[in-house]
Design a protein around this ligand. Sequence first.
Ligand SMILES: [Zn+2]
Length: 264
Amino acid sequence: MVKTEREHREDIIQIGKLVFGKGWVAANDGNITIRLDADRILATPTGICKGMMQPDDLIIVDMKGNKIHGRRERTSEILMHLTVYEMRPEIKAVVHAHPPVATGFATAGRPLNLALLPEVIIGLGCVPLAGYGLPGTSELTEPMLPYIPKYDALLMANHGAVCYGEDVYQAFFRMETMEHFARINLVAELLGGAKVLPRGEVDKLLDSRTRYGVKAKVSGEPGCPLAAEDIGAGQAGAGEERFYVTRSELIGLVDEALKARGLA
Ligand SMILES: [Zn+2]
């Protein structure tokens, strides 16, 4: 059933409350948009907390970003949303926020690209990291252009993340999956390092998408996600454990071995 503009407004208000409630934004950060039709985008305006909006606070812009309806002003980040809509005709909603753990990865220069969790591999493939671009300028979207056609969730270096989908709930859920994944990845690292799934298992998960009815954009892009073999972890035989030594410990071990053979 096609939703009315009023219903779309209410959906954005609800998603705004969720994004704010989850702590994915501070103060007036973030923005949410819905494609109403071929020429109009319903958008959150600039300078408003996404958890405290009223339906009439939202504005409508055209496909060039010019405001055509509403009291409030448009956000400079609208250009990023318009780029996604232009490059992906099937996309009907875009959510941009700064979820802290995923944004932490983006700030550390790290994509979320390891094959760790079945749901993430099936739903997103992986989340690549687009380079930094100055917010409010075309530089913001420039580094994202190669990724937008292939992925449904992107990290933006030293900034945040953007997710999109066929409706605003799907865009929101993709961001939720991404942030949840980032948290689990971080905890696994604190506990000594995540164990990456082998290629065979990753391929089975990617193949199972049709069974689950998942229409994910990523279909086995090289390195998305990285399997155990891709990061060298698969070469160690079963039951073989990796360990790490410092430089001086390694020199000590080599010295000891040489001495034991009467060579030093
Ligand atoms: Zn932002």
